[in-house]
Design a binder for this molecule. Structure first.
Ligand SMILES: NC(=O)c1ccc[n+]([C@@H]2O[C@H](COP(=O)([O-])OP(=O)(O)OC[C@H]3O[C@@H](n4cnc5c(N)ncnc54)[C@H](OP(=O)(O)O)[C@@H]3O)[C@@H](O)[C@H]2O)c1
Length: 236
């Protein structure tokens, strides 16, 4: 495939868990990938460019998009996957916990998305996907999660606002809202977290990848919050 037509996806939080699964899936779809996180290692695949940096730092967003454009010449998809989760009683959240969660989940979304969409506008098409949580829509008495609700709920609203702002300019915006998925983030808690889902099991990275591949190949779908949560959104 020529470098003019081969699509390019930027995936944040790509060193492990869901992000690492998305890198493999986008490569199978034929995309070149810009994979980024603080600790990500270089890839032997010439179609995977890795960029290290803290996504909460605006300079990281700038180097990700600049390096992607220099290497591959275009940006077609951005998956805002980097995220952290801290559970605490609302009154116990510390200033540093607040700063950390807002820094990665919200500031980490904002600048890289601005820069990616600027590029997508010049190309006349693009797709932005946020990886979020059903906890933003359905609080659960078993999981104290106001900072997750604040940040991932903000991303849900931003997903829809972006979908509307760019609907006529070829750029789609969607989110994938998750239940508990078996990744390093949830390791050690899989038995207890499985019981939070109506289906009674944990989700797998492949469940998230399937949803991402659907959204990537669904040109009439924008502004969607696709729940991949074993039924949590329906109730319990
Ligand atoms: N797993 C779940 O049950 C679950 C449920 C709901 C939502 N989610 C969401 O799904 C997304 C992926 O979660 P996961 O389970 O795959 O998490 P994970 O296994 O903890 O991986 C998180 C990824 O984000 C990167 N990251 C963390 N802080 C970063 C920072 N400051 N700057 C840049 N990259 C950073 C990490 O790499 P480095 O350490 O190298 O930076 C890693 O690649 C997150 O947005 C999470 O909130 C997950």
């Amino acid at each position: 495939m020529s470098t003019q037509t081969r699509k390019v996806a930027v995936i944040t939080g790509a060193s492990q868990g869901i992000g690492a699964g998305l890198v493999v899936a986008y490569r199978k779809l034929g995309y070149a990938v810009v994979a980024t996180s603080r600790s990500i290692a270089a890839s032997p695949d010439p179609e995977i460019l890795t960029v290290q940096g803290d996504i909460a730092d605006r300079a990281t967003a700038e180097s990700i998009i600049a390096a992607g454009l220099e290497q591959f010449g275009r940006i077609d998809t951005l998956v805002n996957n980097a995220g952290i989760f801290i559970s605490n009683a609302f009154t116990e959240f510390s200033r540093s916990e607040y700063d950390a969660v807002l820094g990665v989940n919200l500031t980490g979304f904002f600048r890289v998305t601005q820069l990616a969409i600027q590029q997508m506008l010049t190309q006349g098409a693009g797709h932005v996907v946020q990886i979020t949580s059903t906890l933003a829509d359905r609080a659960d008495s078993n999981v104290t999660s106001v900072l997750a609700a604040l940040t991932k709920g903000g991303l849900h609203s931003a997903t829809r606002a972006l979908a509307i702002e760019y609907a006529t300019r070829g750029i789609r915006s969607n989110a994938i809202a998750l239940g508990a998925i078996m990744t390093p983030m949830t390791e050690g808690y899989w038995d207890v977290l499985a019981s939070l889902h109506p289906v009674g099991r944990m989700g797998e990275v492949s469940d998230v990848v399937d949803a991402a591949m659907y959204l990537e190949t669904a040109p009439f779908v924008t502004g969607e919050i696709l729940h991949v949560d074993g039924g949590q959104i329906a109730g319990h």
